[in-house]
Design a protein around this ligand. Sequence first.
Ligand SMILES: Cc1cc2nc3c(=O)[nH]c(=O)nc-3n(C[C@H](O)[C@H](O)[C@H](O)COP(=O)(O)OP(=O)(O)OC[C@H]3O[C@@H](n4cnc5c(N)ncnc54)[C@H](O)[C@@H]3O)c2cc1C
Length: 670
Amino acid sequence: MSKSTSVNPDLQREREKCTFNITELTNLLDGGPHMTEERKRRETMVLNEGIHIEEVPSEYLSHKEKYELAVKKACLMFKLIRRLQEEENAGMESFRAFLGGTLGSAILQDGSPLTLHYVMFIPTLMGQATVEQQAYWIGRAFNLNIIGTYAQTELGHGTFIRGLETTATYDAKTKEFVLHSPTLTAYKWWPGGLAHSANYCIVMAQLYTNGQCHGIHPFIVQLRDEETHMPLEGIKVGEIGAKLGMNGTNNGFLGFEHVRIPREHMLMKNSQVLEDGTYVKSPSSKLTYGTMMFVRVVIVKDMCNYIAKAVTIATRYSAVRRQSQPKPDEPEPQILDYLTQQHKLMVGIATAHAFQLSADWIWNMYNNVTAELDAGDLERLPELHALSCCLKAMTTAEAAECVERCRLACGGHGYMLASNLPHTYGLVTAACTYEGENTVLLLQTARYLVKTWQQAQGGNSLPPTVAYLSRVGAGRRVPPWDNSIEGIIHGFQLVAAGKIALCVANIEKRQKSGMSYEDAWNMTSVQLTQASEAHCRAFILSSYFEETERQVKGVSPQLREVLLQLVDLYVVYWALQRIGDLLRFTSISERDIEKLQHWYEELLTKLRPNAVGLVDAFDLRDEILHSALGAYDGRVYERLMEEALKSPLNAEPVNQSFHKYLKPFMQGKL
Ligand SMILES: Cc1cc2nc3c(=O)[nH]c(=O)nc-3n(C[C@H](O)[C@H](O)[C@H](O)COP(=O)(O)OP(=O)(O)OC[C@H]3O[C@@H](n4cnc5c(N)ncnc54)[C@H](O)[C@@H]3O)c2cc1C
């Protein structure tokens, strides 16, 4: 952590009154002291290169210049990864470590044009290419001799994959596929790095062989000449234009005019097309889920980093900022002393912890299920799929809310790009849409929950993450309310079960009244998304609670106390947020609610002295925070002015537009 000699005295006082050892918490969050050391080593290695330093802040560059700078930085980052691979034989994790949440967004604040190469291109090759295909492609991709992306979404269709229109028609005479975009809406639209960066691409297209359509399959397609980078014949490629955020990602469009590729360029680990055009179906359509789930799990982990970043900025700023004078004879208080401010910030800190533990949990589950898959066992795949869908949806939505709340908590200064909260919001809110639009994902989880509920009613045993549904199932008497953490978590399980039961009952009722299943589903879908959210909330609350209980066994009493306070705060916060649900599905009373409210206020007060210590423990270097409001030394006002002076408009006292427009206008001559 970069420590300036002159730290703002308020911030310094906050650090002095912290009750626990900050390094102990940092180590815990990293997964052990050796991991902290490893992370710091990586950060130093990257930041010492100076790639993050910008002569002119990139917000003042043109669209084209922003892209050119993003490519330069991304290449320098990839060069480092290549060096690490050569020196230390590092694997895929080196990509994640360098390009993921914290370091990645420190270097490329508005997204990287090469991210898709490691987020989607390589994982898809690993998951869907045959051993021979991997032998041919992975080495080149891994060494970054080629740059790839992943093109699925089209102008006309994103969510509905079966509706994609790009075709890949097999020509048995030449043993080639012919890729074609029959309509404007068939154009690929959105893939990161596609516009001007990647020279290869995995394209999802409708496979036709012997006159029959076999649905969507992956193909690897060369887009650009490896020497000149010119688009190959029949390839129509370009950029989709400026966006709310992520303007460094070079999202592109792509159309094909009868482009021929060899048969070997269909990724055939799962389904195959033989030389004569015979189609050999995949043993399970579910096998292709692997890459999607990997990416969703990575997204959950990234959300923790973005939340940690936003709350670090807003909490440090809240310690430095003084405003208003509630007591006439006393100085203005730090805004962190207002309970409403603590309410905005503390839950963010707790959320970062809760998501990190949920992410670790699902990461382990992902690895176990993948190992089972490799051994041909698909049993836990639907459970993992359902959990990864709702977790991705909930964590991205909540991260976006949390970053926005942090921005608002910083008042006007939070609106400045120099706070780095707007860019962070741009990155986080995009994740609500990509890799599965959030509502659609919640509905996918709901489909699994409805099915599971029906299984439970039939007396079948349920997989671990939904086992609670048979314990708290329909028809059971609602137990007395227990105003403890375990009691609230149990209450959330009752809410989830109650909502799922209602959805199932509503769908059945609507069907009985003559509606088709599809219409009954659609009419119930608002409730279905809420049931999914309730299920996911119950999962996050219980995994956060259980994992923390396990974790605190190995920490000092001082840290233990704070970690448990954070869990309590998170659980009670959500109970208060969802009072309506609890009143509806549990036996909670007005008196219990009042107690919860007091408990919550007490927790905020208890956590208040440790607020800065808690965010310091995220150990985000100034170069990573990239924020005038959040720097370690708290020199907020000085930094804001320093940043303002970097505006190109401040380079001259009078702008030429004065002479050209303002003056003639004021003099009535325009
Ligand atoms: C920043 C960014 C980066 C991206 N990167 C890539 C990339 O690299 N490669 C790639 O292939 N794609 C990429 N995408 C595309 C992304 O995957 C799609 O935007 C996403 O899947 C949603 O599809 P859509 O845009 O067609 O929205 P739509 O599916 O049209 O959704 C619009 C609305 O309709 C609703 N809706 C749709 N279907 C249903 C349903 N069945 N039930 C209820 N409601 C429904 C949705 O909830 C939403 O409110 C990216 C998108 C963004 C924003």
